[in-house]
Each structure stands twice: as structure tokens, then as C-alpha cells.
Design a protein around this ligand. Structure first.
Ligand SMILES: [Mg+2]
Length: 133
């Protein structure tokens, strides 16, 4: 799968790449540091990703702002978007579901737990029919 990973923290990016590299299937991970950069990628010439992993807390354009723009776009609104955050804030959770997210994952602190959760999420999306733009 091609995964667009929107995250401002470099350590988090390293964690995701390391986790994905351990999987038997190879995944193409495209990275964006914030919502603005992600929109540039999505509106650019490259093929659309299969799924999006989205952080909430980011400078310039945060996750919820990005999500609101994404879900208003006639083409981009179909992209399954999974929140990957440390925010346990219920208002954030509700706002994200209201904006049509495909999942809300709290990043575990322990690396082994993180790896376990992420691998399950990727495995789940792999058995789904994807939009394929
Ligand atoms: Mg962040």
C-alpha cells in the first residue's frame, strides 16, 4: 500500500518506517510534516495514497484543520484517514469522527505496543477494498 504519513515529529516518522520495514509486504510511505505539506502532495502529480495516517498536533495546519479540508474535496474525501495521536481528548475524538475518519489510534508509549498496534492497522487495511484513484 501507499501510505501518506502526516506527522511533524521526526522520531515518530522513524518509528513508523521501522515498523513498516519489519512487515513481510513492502509499503510505500510518503511523509508530510503538516497539513499544508500534505495537501500539496495530494494535489500534486503523484498518485493518491491508499490510506492516510494523520497526527493531530502539528504546526502550521493541524490534523483537524487538514481533515476538514480533505473531507470537503470531491476526490480526496474518499481517502481512508486514520488518526495517530497522543491526544486522549474526547472533543478531538468526536470532532474527528464527525469529519469521517476511518480510525482513531492512541500512540502507545512502549515501542513494542506501538509496533503491535500499527501492524494490526496496516493488516486491517490490506484486506480492505481500497479506493484506488
Ligand atoms: Mg505532532
Amino acid at each position: 500500500m501507499t501510505i501518506l504519513f502526516i506527522e511533524d515529529d521526526t522520531i515518530e516518522s522513524m518509528k513508523l518506517n521501522r515498523t513498516a520495514a519489519k512487515l513481510p509486504e513492502k509499503h510505500n510511505i510518503i511523509q508530510a510534516k503538516n497539513g499544508e505539506e500534505a495537501l500539496e502532495i495530494l494535489n500534486g502529480p503523484t498518485q493518491l495514497p491508499d490510506i492516510i495516517f494523520l497526527d493531530l498536533n502539528m504546526p502550521r495546519m493541524n490534523g483537524i484543520e487538514f481533515l476538514q479540508i480533505l473531507k470537503k474535496d470531491p476526490e480526496l474525501k474518499y481517502l481512508p484517514t486514520i488518526i495517530l495521536t497522543t491526544s486522549q481528548n474526547r472533543a478531538d475524538l468526536l470532532e474527528c469522527y464527525r469529519n469521517g475518519i476511518a480510525g482513531y489510534i492512541i500512540k502507545p508509549l512502549k515501542y513494542e505496543d506501538y509496533e503491535d498496534k500499527i501492524q494490526k492497522v496496516i493488516a486491517y487495511w490490506e484486506i480492505n477494498e481500497l479506493v484506488k484513484a
